[in-house]
Design a protein around this ligand. Sequence first.
Ligand SMILES: [Cu+2]
Length: 226
Amino acid sequence: MRTGYKGWLVGGFAVIIGGLGVAWATGHGGPISFDRSSTQSRHAPSQALGGYVGSMQSGMRSTGMGTSRITATRLAALVKSGERGVAVSRATNSLTYTASPVTIVVLASPTALHRPGLQWEVDGRINPTVIVPTHATVTVTLVNADSGYMHGFEVTTAQPPFAWEAMRQGRTAFAGSFVHPLLPEYHGTFAFLSTTFIANTTGTFHYICPVPGHAHHGMSGIFRVQ
Ligand SMILES: [Cu+2]
């Protein structure tokens, strides 16, 4: 029993130290600059909660290398770059991309900027329907614009209504259509991370935040491949 207790204790300290390492690596992340080449990340599809946690943890370990931070000013420029090649419809609240590659900048819960939380903002629209052509190469840059909570990104096969643990309802729709949760706004800087995937299956999917409760409370939108 004593061995088990010690094992638990050592394990607990390892988790705490590991957590501090992540907090240091991300909270005090390097220079504030936007270098797209350094932000590419690919994650294996999360098949179940185990897969989700596994991919999130592997992502967290690489956070120090993969995550950068930008100021609100640079973020505005980044958002502008995501507005190229898209037809915005206010009537249907949709963004239609007709050519590959597709570049999308998604703001998670932008409470630190100007809007209420637990929703997505893409090209100035709230939770818009995103439409991309089949076989398009899609690069999504997730920016956590929330002042208090972590947010991730996933295009999932799950369909609404989304449960508390929405990430258990379906699978990651495409290899790589997942970004692990990023830390919130920190002293006026925003964590961001990109992923690139091929939208190789026609159909109606959804983009969600995989953090428990967030899709349930409104962080979701339609992602249509046609
Ligand atoms: Cu979230």
